[in-house]
Design a protein around this ligand. Structure first.
Ligand SMILES: *Cc1c(COP(=O)(O)O)cnc(C)c1O
Length: 410
């Protein structure tokens, strides 16, 4: 049966013109497989925005179902037949008035397929891999990316090999295998896993799907920025707090804002972008504070927020540029503050965040204290995965149904 969502079936004109090195601006042809540019930097997808502007008025977007594929003219997939969808819905903006404040919204990305926003990036990257004839993919992951990769790749018959640190959250390791990925626990961190993946790719054994080492995950993650604008009636919040590992989402949203401005969909106002890291792994924060353009590897990285335990990011300079241009800040929060924020949000607002989402709430509170934002300003915090994927403390008690129970005391 044909999917009744016209976003998934409509044939579309596509507007991709070429890919471009994010460092040198050198141009690369579209419709071919690429990893990094010649100088080892991420490639960005470029569109004929004048043509999009002429063909796609904002009202046309508004008339469509609200899922990720409503943005198709700003996405790289050329043919509907290549879309490998699991139902990429628009995620809600949930107010957290008690734990956050009167102008704080959580964009709850845990509602996406596979329970994290990695679905946005991987649905795009896998659809493009399918379009370009890839049959085998390998990827290093802290968990959620591997799960999303396994799900989408399995769905279209692409083989996957996923390498994760041996202390990756257990549910991630198991969901990867459950969804058809071959998963290995490696005694190292994500960049150690990445080195193994790179070696196999160099030997021609598989295609390397590491963060930012293929061009299309950014395009998928970019939809967070597009969606935000549509949800806020074509305005942007005053501040965005983003838990930053590889930084795909932050880089993607920044790109989305520029594209929407070029299309005349939004004005020139930008949110202050806050790149949030954990104190136990904060290479971007260290580089930000030192005024550097690149970030050195963070040794002995450790944090409960597994998704942002990324000691080294190939897109470091893109994250740092976006944060600085926006007038934002890269800031680190400690694990105790992260866990307190998760607990507080669940207890007081009924919203269970993942630890990385907790990090954004902790950072928001710290930014308030430091006067980097004020309560009047609107802020959007990204909760990037469902809190249900992570271990929770057991606070239950037991009842013996064979004994008298003092019901009033329960
Ligand atoms: C991957 C991940 C992040 C970091 O996202 P990047 O865009 O790679 O910086 C944050 N939180 C969670 C839950 C993740 O899975």
């Amino acid at each position: 049966m044909v999917n009744p969502n016209p976003n998934l079936t409509a044939e579309r004109p596509t507007f991709v013109t070429h890919l471009e090195c994010s460092m040198t601006g050198e141009s690369y042809p579209a419709d071919q497989l690429h990893n990094l540019s010649r100088v080892g930097k991420p490639l960005l997808v470029r569109y004929d925005l004048d043509a999009v502007r002429a063909a796609v008025p904002r009202a046309m977007i508004e008339a469509r179902p609200t899922d990720l594929w409503r943005w198709r003219e700003l996405l790289p997939v050329r043919h509907a037949r290549d879309i490998v969808s699991l139902g990429e819905i628009e995620t809600p903006l949930v107010p957290v008035a008690r734990s956050g404040g009167p102008n704080v919204l959580v964009k709850d990305e845990g509602r996406l397929p596979t329970g994290s926003f990695k679905a946005r990036g991987l649905v795009m990257a896998v659809s493009m891999a399918k379009a370009l004839g890839v049959t085998k993919i390998a990827m290093p992951t802290n968990g959620n990316a591997g799960a999303a990769l396994a799900a989408y790749a399995t769905r279209c018959g692409i083989e996957t090999i996923v390498l994760c640190p041996d202390d990756t959250p257990e549910i991630n390791v198991r969901e990867i295998a459950a969804q058809g990925g071959r998963v290995y626990r490696v005694n190292g961190l994500i960049d150690d896993c990445g080195a193994i993946v790179a070696k196999g790719a160099a030997e021609g054994l598989w295609f390397d799907f590491s963060t930012l080492k293929e061009p299309y995950r950014i395009e998928g993650k970019k939809t967070m920025g597009l969606e935000l604008a549509a949800q806020l009636r074509w305005t942007l919040p005053d501040a965005i707090f983003y838990p930053t590992g590889g930084g795909t989402g932050l880089i993607g949203m920044w790109k989305a804002f520029a594209e929407m401005e070029a299309l005349g969909w939004i004005g020139s106002k930008r949110p202050k972008m806050f790149a949030v890291q954990a104190s136990g792994c904060a290479p971007i924060v260290r580089a930000f504070e030192a005024g550097e353009e690149h970030a050195e590897r963070w040794e002995d990285a450790s944090t409960v927020a597994a998704g942002i335990r990324v000691p080294r990011a190939v897109g470091d300079f893109l994250i740092l540029r976006a944060v600085r241009e926006s007038g934002g800040v890269a800031m680190a929060v400690g694990d105790p503050a992260i866990l307190r924020a998760v607990d507080d949000c669940a207890r007081r607002d009924g919203l269970l965040l993942c630890p990385e989402g907790g990090a954004t709430l902790a950072a928001y509170r710290e930014a308030l204290r430091l006067g980097l934002v004020d309560e009047e300003e609107s802020a959007v915090l990204f909760n990037c995965a469902t809190g249900l994927k992570y271990p929770m403390p057991d606070a239950s008690e037991t009842l013996d149904r064979h004994q008298p129970i003092d019901l009033a005391a329960l």
